[in-house]
Design a protein around this ligand. Structure first.
Ligand SMILES: Nc1ncnc2c1ncn2[C@@H]1O[C@H](COP(=O)(O)OP(=O)(O)OP(=O)(O)O)[C@@H](O)[C@H]1O
Length: 308
């Protein structure tokens, strides 16, 4: 359509010697003989490069030949039926013939790389709540199960809540460099098994890691820009404290410690790529925003790349 408009506007120009030429008074619709012989074509020169040919039945043929291209390399002049009047297959085939090449059905760009998403933020901000919902709404997401040496609590499932190991087993994993990151927390080890990440990335899954602020700093040093770092915050300090009180899971000492650390932790915000404000009663919006971040990362021309 655009091409036809171009031809018409060029031809209607008062500088054009073909103005009101009889070929453009014919409707460009009737298809009688295919392929039309090149003698049927009247050639119109547009500028210096592109030669356009329109036959009396309304077929358009063109080549991008420049003056130095020899005939053996030039695609054959093939009439192209107009999509208004002919089926998609006929137009498609004619375009291929005219270009002298078939159109590839290969994906235009490769699949995006699997992503590692590190979610961090102060205690009580809603990391677990956001991740739990994210896993419900998003397929191909693997939440890494942490390895720990702490005792299994009633109701906890090995391999789902944590992977439970003895201290000897855990130290052996450290020695064999099988952990991406680990820490000793109140006398117990916690760490991220590399093998689990490798396995799920190989399946094309995106990986979610939930870590505290110190863990995020360590992962940033290891993964650099290979992972995307998301900092979750509450809309205010007041909202965060109320949320922690309402959760009723901490002793008063632990509560005080978590609230005090939250202030300090906020200073690390600048080390992250994105910040998501998890507002009171708006968990769904926070999850949507994390999803949008993942989608945007997957649309990046220069994809993050990481080898674990
Ligand atoms: N947007 C929200 N609105 C209201 N309540 C929320 C919101 N997000 C999370 N919560 C609630 O706040 C409490 C703390 O959330 P959660 O346990 O997910 O925090 P966390 O960051 O994982 O904490 P911690 O690091 O201490 O484990 C939970 O009771 C959770 O249900």
């Amino acid at each position: 359509m655009l091409f036809r408009r171009l031809c018409v506007s060029v031809l209607k120009s008062k500088h054009n010697p073909f103005f009101l030429s009889p070929i453009f008074t014919n409707p460009l619709t009737v298809f009688q003989s295919y392929p039309a012989s090149s003698s049927n074509f009247e050639n119109l020169k547009l500028g210096f490069q592109r030669t356009i040919a329109v036959n009396s039945q309304g077929f358009v043929s063109g080549s991008t030949a420049n003056s130095t291209m020899d005939d053996s390399r030039r695609p054959p002049l093939v009439p192209i039926p107009h999509p208004d009047s002919f089926g998609r297959t006929e137009v498609f085939r004619a375009l291929e013939a005219s270009l002298g090449a078939t159109f590839s059905s290969q994906p235009t760009v490769p699949d995006p790389n699997p992503l590692i998403i590190v979610i961090s933020g102060p205690s009580g901000v809603g990391k677990d709540a956001v991740i739990k919902r994210l896993r419900e709404v998003r397929e191909d997401l693997h939440f890494v199960v942490t390895a720990t040496t702490r005792a299994q609590r009633p109701g906890e499932v090995d391999g789902k809540d944590y992977f439970f190991f003895s201290k000897e087993e855990f130290i052996s994993m450290i020695d064999k460099n099988e952990l991406l990151e680990y820490a000793l927390v109140y006398g117990d080890y916690k760490g991220i098994p590399k093998q689990q990440i490798r396995e799920y990335m190989a399946k094309g899954c995106d990986i979610v890691l939930r870590v505290d602020i110190q863990g995020a700093a360590t992962l940033r040093r290891i993964l650099r820009n290979g992972a995307v770092f998301v900092f979750l915050v509450a809309e205010s300090e007041e909202a965060l404290v109320k949320r922690l009180i309402d959760r009723k899971t901490e002793s008063t000492e632990a509560l005080l410690m978590r609230v005090a650390s939250a202030r300090e932790e906020l200073r690390h915000l600048k080390e992250f790529d994105y910040v998501v404000v998890n507002k009171e009663g708006e968990l769904e919006s926070s999850v949507n925003l994390v999803e949008s971040i993942i989608d945007a990362e997957k649309a990046k021309v220069h994809q993050r790349r990481v080898v674990i």
